[in-house]
Design a protein around this ligand. Structure first.
Ligand SMILES: [Zn+2]
Length: 198
């Protein structure tokens, strides 16, 4: 996927609420999730419609570096969870569950020191019956730090440091929902244990 020209060098504008489609008139488009203001591009976006195509392309660029150049580093899990938590799309039950599950990922990594593989297993146990849930609210208006902050990291050490700072900011922005997320994390961890004990 091609990164839109200069997309990552443009500063985000103040967030104007989830669902804002931004100004398309000047060929720029503000991401409804993180507020990243980047030239409009044609292309896919996230499965739940929480991101602009340009922002999604920036995320793809970062993950391509993870898979190739950085050989799937530990911080990749944090990057995915930070991105998806910052781009809620609540139009479908799967979209509502997605934000909850990725917030559980952030909780496990940042508050409990869990590692990628273990986190993935617990995340799979958050909603085993795929039930619908009330959407996590309020949606934070975090625009100061976005996936763009990770784009130009010169090496793996800075990539990891910048990604962690971004993930911590995203997690902090969801503070009113932390109690609920910790409950999901506790329940999923217990479910994971009982599955292994069988
Ligand atoms: Zn975005």
């Amino acid at each position: 996927m091609t990164l839109p020209p200069r997309a990552h060098t443009m500063a985000p504008r103040p967030h104007e609420g989830h669902g804002d489609l931004g100004d398309r008139g000047d060929r720029s488009r503000r991401c409804p999730g993180c507020g990243l203001d980047a030239p409009a591009v044609d292309g896919p976006t996230d499965p739940y419609g929480g991101a602009s195509a340009a922002c999604w392309a920036a995320f793809q660029h970062v993950t391509v570096r993870d898979y190739g150049e950085f050989r799937y580093p530990e911080v990749h899990r944090l990057i995915v969870d930070a991105y998806m938590s910052q781009h809620p799309g609540y139009a479908t039950p799967a979209g509502r569950r997605s934000v909850a599950v990725h917030l559980v990922g952030l909780c496990l990594a940042l508050e409990r020191g869990a590692k990628g593989k273990a986190i993935g297993k617990i995340m799979a146990c958050v909603f085993p019956d795929k039930q619908d849930i009330a959407a996590p609210e309020p949606i934070p208006a975090l625009t100061e730090v976005t996936v763009a902050s990770v784009l130009d990291a010169p090496d793996l050490a800075s990539h990891s440091r910048l990604a962690r700072a971004w993930a911590e900011a995203v997690w902090r922005s969801w503070t009113p929902t932390h109690v609920r997320v910790r409950q999901w994390a506790d329940q999923a961890t217990a479910r994971g244990r009982s599955v292994r004990a069988r």
